[in-house]
Design a protein around this ligand. Structure first.
Ligand code: UFG
Length: 329
């Protein structure tokens, strides 16, 4: 039976599709290609549907009659969610509601959901464990938290079982450099730093140098895209084996890197000076996010393989060098 990967033409989705294919799984992708790239999933059946179109979404899921659904299709820019919350509630919450209703109509009961560490807001203790209070400080985080609530309700009412994966900062690319990160517009630190090294930008802006951190810049927990992809496979295994009903796991490396550290490491990896310019804070940025992944390790058997920032940057750099204009679509 098919695993339906919704948003499978996007950054994290396409790396997960690649992993599922390697494992011999039957995969189909549902994507509206608003952010994704058909070139990222060559040879994979692609159904183009806007999840916000409720009737079309439900019909598409019923048509596929999948064994399980992975859901990556979401808007993910914290700043944009502050200025345009309506778009975020529609794209992240309403679309997920439609998708789940499609699953109920299709009798599909296994769901792996892309959640985020943004649901924790500004946690009082670090590293972040799953039981900490969920107080998102931006609409993006709230839309994802609402979806997790939806999943608990759907399990009780319809028996739809789920694994929510709360990502920290996804980065890096497939080691083959055939697929990688290509967002329009790009706002994430690592691809922007590498675009400076490629000569596509003059400098990297450091957003805020007065945070309560050792060097004054924000600290994040960067996690390699293939380690994220593997966690989805393990989440599916837990669902198939009946070990998960409404589970949620943090996915991070348990190590924090400041913005300055990322830039410095990128200078080393690329051999480029990467000029940096200090700017004011970006709204909605928590000073420090580092996750504990102990639960994912224990219950899913997840073992991240690309633990170092250097490996993350090296694979991302190989992708950016070989695809300076991304997929070109
Ligand atoms: N940053 C800069 N300059 C830039 C871009 C980013 O200094 O040009 C800084 C940001 O201010 C932040 C850090 O680099 O302190 C990382 O920023 P990213 O935009 O790369 O990532 P975020 O931490 O903002 O966002 C990520 C995911 C979101 C998720 C969020 C959780 O992309 O989907 O983590 O906080 F919601």
């Amino acid at each position: 039976m098919t695993i339906l990967v919704v948003g499978g033409a996007g950054y994290i989705g396409s790396h997960t599709v690649r992993r599922l294919q390697e494992l011999g799984e039957e995969v189909a992708v549902l994507d509206d290609l608003s952010e994704g790239h058909a070139e990222a999933i060559p040879g994979v059946p692609l159904v183009q549907v806007d999840l916000k179109d409720r009737e079309a979404c439900i019909a598409a899921v019923k048509d596929q009659a999948p064994e399980a659904v992975f859901h990556f299709a979401a808007s993910c820019y914290v700043g944009e969610s502050v200025t345009d919350p309506s778009a975020y509630y529609l794209q992240n919450f309403v679309a997920t509601l439609n998708l789940l209703d499609g699953m109920v109509a299709a009798g599909c009961e296994q769901f792996v959901f892309s959640s985020t560490c943004a649901i924790y807001g500004e946690p009082e203790t670090l590293p972040i464990t799953e039981d900490l209070p969920k107080n998102p400080i931006n609409p993006y985080g709230r839309t994802k938290l609402f979806c997790e609530g939806l999943l608990a309700d759907y399990e009780r009412a319809y028996g739809l079982r789920s694994v929510s994966l709360r990502y920290f900062n996804a980065a890096g690319a497939h080691p083959s450099a055939e697929i990688g990160e290509d967002h329009h517009p790009e706002t994430h630190l690592i691809p922007l730093v590498l675009e400076v090294a490629l000569g596509k930008r003059e400098n990297i802006k450091i957003f805020g140098t007065d945070y309560p951190t050792p060097d004054g810049t924000c600290i994040r927990d960067y996690i390699h895209i293939l380690d994220l992809a593997e966690a989805h496979v393990l989440g599916l295994r837990a669902l198939r084996e009946g070990r998960a009903r409404v589970a949620a796991y943090n996915l991070g490396n348990e190590t924090g890197h400041s913005v300055r550290e990322v830039i410095e490491e990128a200078r080393r990896v690329t051999g480029h000076p990467i000029p940096a310019v200090e700017e004011g804070r970006r709204p909605g940025d928590p000073p420090k996010l580092v996750g504990s992944s102990a639960l994912a390790r224990e219950e899913l058997g997840w073992k991240p393989k690309f633990g170092s920032l250097a490996e993350i940057l090296e694979t991302a750099w190989a992708w950016h060098k070989s695809h300076p204009d991304g997929y070109g679509s």
